[in-house]
Design a protein around this ligand. Structure first.
Ligand SMILES: *Cc1c(COP(=O)(O)O)cnc(C)c1O
Length: 481
C-alpha cells in the first residue's frame, strides 16, 4: 500500500473515518433526514463510508469534509427515476434500445389519466357489473382494419406465440426458409415456435420458395401456414417468394388458416408520406390472411403491444388460451393503445400527431435547418483539430421496417483532422469513441453514430435543438492526437 503523505487532506487509515452516527450529526444530513426520512440517509451514509473505507484500503485518498456531500448526492440519485431521457441522433427512428416509439401527446395524457385514478377498465357502467376488458380496443381495430375480430397482448412476440400455441400445439407449421427471422432482442422464429409447441416444417430454400414447396408441406397435415414479414433484412438476387394471395388460396382450399406475422404493421400507406410502401394490415387481410399479428410500438407509433386481428372463431379460441391471460395488457397500455388507435380515425393528421410518423415524414429542409443551427453553435467551441459541418446522410426506419430503404437526412458531422503527424486508424477510432462518449455524458445524453472516420449526429428526430445547444458548453472534447 503506498504511503499517504498529505495528512491535512486525507485520512491515513480506515480507522480515521467517522462512524455513521457521527457523520449523521452533520447539519446537512440531519436536515435531509427530516425531509426524506432517516432510513434512506443512514443507508446512503453506510454506502458512502463503505466506499471510502475500500478506497483507503486500496491506498487511495478520501476527503472527510466531502463525505456528507456525497451522502446527499447518493440520496438524491437513489430517489430519482433511473430511466433517463436521451436525444436520439442515431438516425434510426424506431430504435429498440432507445425505447422505440415516442408517444403522441394525447396518448400520454390518456395514460396519465388512467394511471392517476380508477377507470372503467373492465366494468360495464350501464349494467353496473363486470364488463369487457378488450371491447373498446377490439372495436377500434375492427373498424380500422376491417377484421372480424381482434385482441391485443403484451407485444408482437407474445401475439405470435399465442397464435401458434392456440392453433398449432403439437402440430406442424410450414414456414419458408427465407422467412425464419431473428429480430433483435432474441426473437427467433424457430425458437418461438418450439416454445409454443409448434413443429416447424421448413419450406423451400433460403432464396427461393415455390407454391409447390408449400403443396408438398401439406403432407405433414399442418395446423396453419405462417408467413413472417422479413422485416430486418432483404434477400436480393435470384429470389422467389410465393405471392400471399396464391398461398392464401392454397390454404383456403385445404381448410388451413393462413397467418401473417407482419412485424411492424402499419395501418396507413406510407406512400402518403413519400416513404416506400410497407404492406398494411388491411392489405394482408384483404389478401386472404385469416390472422395478422403486428407490434404497437413500431410503425403504429404507440405503446408496446401485439395485436392479433382476423377470423372471429380463431380469435375466440386465442382469447380462451390461459397464455392470453398471462400476456394481457394493463390499464396503462390499454389506455395508450386505445388513444393511439383513436388518432388513426383522422389519418390526414397523423404526420403531425404521431411522433414516429412525423419524424419519418419530416421534410428535409426542416432537418437541415436544425443541423445548421447546431453547427453554428458547435463550430466556434470545437477545439483545433475538429471539423464540424452540415452533411447529407441517410436515416433508417429501424425496428425491422423496410431494411433496405434509406431515408435521405441531414447530419452534423464531426471529423477529427490529422495534425502534424498523420492520424493512424486506431488513434482515429479512439478519438471517435471518445467524442461519442462525451456526447453520451451530457446531462441529457445525445446518442450519435460513428462511421466513415467521423461522428454523426443525425438531426431527423431532433425537432428543437435547444436542449442540445444548452449543454454544448459542458461538452468534454477529446483532442485529436
Ligand atoms: C418486431 C417483430 C416481432 C417482435 O415484435 P415485438 O413487438 O418486438 O415483440 C416479431 N415478428 C416480426 C416480423 C417483427 O418485425
Amino acid at each position: 500500500m503506498p504511503a499517504n503523505t498529505d495528512q491535512t487532506e486525507t485520512i491515513a487509515a480506515p480507522a480515521g473515518l467517522p462512524g455513521v452516527d457521527r457523520l449523521l450529526q452533520d447539519a446537512r444530513l440531519s436536515d435531509l433526514a427530516a425531509r426524506a426520512g432517516r432510513s434512506c440517509v443512514v443507508e446512503a451514509a453506510r454506502t458512502v463510508l463503505d466506499d471510502a473505507r475500500a478506497r483507503l484500503l486500496e491506498g487511495g485518498r478520501v476527503d472527510p469534509d466531502g463525505l456528507a456531500e456525497r451522502v446527499v448526492a447518493h440520496v438524491a440519485a437513489a430517489a430519482a427515476p433511473s430511466l433517463r431521457p436521451v436525444l436520439n441522433l442515431t438516425g434510426t427512428v424506431i430504435h429498440t434500445n432507445l425505447g422505440r416509439s415516442a408517444l403522441p401527446e394525447p396518448v400520454i395524457e390518456a395514460m396519465a389519466e388512467a394511471a392517476r385514478q380508477p377507470v372503467d377498465l373492465e366494468y360495464d357502467l350501464l349494467a353496473g357489473r363486470r364488463g369487457s376488458r378488450e371491447g373498446r380496443l377490439e372495436a377500434r381495430i375492427r373498424s380500422l382494419t376491417g377484421a372480424d375480430a381482434a385482441t391485443a397482448v403484451n407485444n408482437n412476440a407474445a401475439a405470435v406465440m399465442l397464435v401458434l400455441n392456440t392453433l398449432a400445439n403439437r402440430r406442424a407449421v410450414p414456414v419458408s426458409r427465407g422467412e425464419l427471422v431473428e429480430i433483435g432482442g432474441s426473437f427467433r422464429l424457430p425458437d418461438i415456435m418450439r416454445r409454443a409447441g409448434a413443429r416447424l416444417v421448413e419450406v423451400g430454400t433460403t432464396n427461393r420458395t415455390h407454391l409447390r414447396d408449400y403443396e408438398e408441406a401439406m403432407a405433414a397435415r399442418p395446423a396453419l401456414v405462417l408467413k413472417a414479414h422479413t422485416s430486418n433484412y432483404s434477400v436480393i438476387g435470384f429470389t422467389k417468394a410465393v405471392p400471399e394471395r396464391e398461398l392464401a388460396d392454397l390454404c383456403r382450399r385445404r381448410g388451413i388458416p393462413f397467418c401473417i406475422d407482419l412485424g411492424s404493421g402499419t395501418l396507413i400507406d406510407l406512400e402518403r408520406f413519400h416513404l416506400p410502401h410497407e404492406p398494411t394490415v388491411q392489405e394482408a387481410l384483404a389478401g386472404g390472411a385469416e390472422l395478422v399479428t403486428f407490434s404497437g410500438d413500431k410503425l403504429l407509433g404507440g405503446p408496446q403491444a401485439g395485436v392479433i386481428a382476423g377470423r372471429a372463431d380463431l380469435i375466440e379460441r386465442i382469447k380462451k388460451n390461459p397464455m392470453h391471460r398471462a400476456f394481457r395488457l394493463d390499464k396503462l397500455r390499454i389506455a395508450a393503445l386505445d388513444a393511439t388507435l383513436a388518432l388513426y380515425g383522422q389519418p390526414e393528421q397523423l404526420a403531425e400527431t404521431v411522433p414516429t410518423l412525423r419524424w419519418l415524414a419530416r421534410p428535409l429542409p426542416d432537418i437541415r435547418a436544425v443541423a445548421e443551427r447546431v453547427t453554428v453553435h458547435l463550430e466556434p467551441v470545437a477545439p483545433d483539430g475538429w471539423q464540424v459541418e452540415v452533411t447529407d446522410c441517410f436515416s433508417q426506419i429501424g425496428s425491422g421496417a423496410l431494411p433496405a430503404e434509406a431515408l435521405p437526412s441531414v447530419a452534423v458531422r464531426l471529423t477529427p483532422q490529422a495534425g502534424r503527424r498523420k492520424m493512424g486508424k486506431r488513434a482515429a477510432g479512439r478519438v471517435l469513441r471518445d467524442i461519442a462518449a462525451a456526447f453520451r455524458a451530457l446531462p441529457v445524453p445525445a446518442i450519435g453514430r460513428v462511421g466513415e472516420g467521423a461522428f454523426w449526429l443525425d438531426m431527423r428526430c431532433l425537432e428543437t435543438p435547444e436542449t442540445l445547444l444548452g449543454q454544448i458548453d459542458s461538452l468534454a472534447w477529446p483532442s485529436p492526437p
